[in-house]
Design a binder for this molecule. Sequence first.
Ligand SMILES: Cc1cc2nc3c(=O)[nH]c(=O)nc-3n(C[C@H](O)[C@H](O)[C@H](O)COP(=O)(O)OP(=O)(O)OC[C@H]3O[C@@H](n4cnc5c(N)ncnc54)[C@H](O)[C@@H]3O)c2cc1C
Length: 273
Amino acid sequence: MDKKKVAIIGGGPAGVSAALYTLRANIDTTILAHGESALNKAEKIDNYYGFPDGISGPDLYDNGINEATAIGAKVINEEVVGLNFGAKLEIKTTDNIYEADAVILAMGSQRKAPKIDGIKEFEGNGVSYCAVCDGFFYRGKTVAVLGDGEYAANERAELEPIAAEVIALDDLDVIERFSGDQKLKKVEFKDGSTQEIDGLFVAIGTAGAGDLAKKVGIFTDENNKIMVDENMATNIPGIYAAGDCTGGFLQVSKAVADGAMAANSVIKYLRTK
Ligand SMILES: Cc1cc2nc3c(=O)[nH]c(=O)nc-3n(C[C@H](O)[C@H](O)[C@H](O)COP(=O)(O)OP(=O)(O)OC[C@H]3O[C@@H](n4cnc5c(N)ncnc54)[C@H](O)[C@@H]3O)c2cc1C
């Protein structure tokens, strides 16, 4: 019989901890990890069990990836840009589509929105973070996508069949502000020119966990953190979340515990399938 498959999105403490359990339960385990872990920004982790002299964040990250790889995890460095579900769960990266029987979202904390005037102010009134979720509201209208990476390209591709015009705002340095009254109306450039828009989709850097979660209808809270129950299950069967992307205490110890619990839930879930 074919092994069941779990895809873990994120290779930080939460994702790796989950993999250490799913692999030992003989589940085919793929870690998709692209971009920075919070650990890469941490000079020294001084408060984690088993390291009396502390350990550098990047070293702890590499140790984790090596530990998972050594017992059979496939680690793929591709940026995840979409999720979908049908008979199987589908994970869309910039290069491929992967299928899995269960998914663990362990993508760390949400990145901040860029500090351009108007973005925060018009959130929900013309500013969105998810083309699949909100694109329909802009059918036949003019929208802009802010960002220059693969994730932004993916968001533009989602919007092109729906909107009348999709403008790529791929150079943040030329933008002065976004303005409007009750709703977003235009982008103002530093050279004094303006562009009327009905909607703005922010897609800077890689897709955040909350953005991806919303694409498949996973509930997030007011801070865009993924909502989970005590077993790290989201509201979508087969999709679990762990670590900083679920909010709470943003520490390695909590991420590791979440990952273990999410894996335990995946193991039980896949036994019933
Ligand atoms: C400066 C700093 C200092 C810190 N110091 C401490 C400390 O002393 N002690 C402590 O306990 N904690 C500390 N932390 C917090 C700790 O680093 C985090 O709580 C922990 O790393 C969270 O683990 P995680 O697995 O949830 O997320 P992360 O470690 O952030 O990992 C997220 C993973 O998801 C991947 N990813 C994200 N988006 C995508 C995508 N679209 N496609 C594919 N992969 C994606 C990333 O590449 C990464 O592998 C510190 C954090 C910072 C920023």
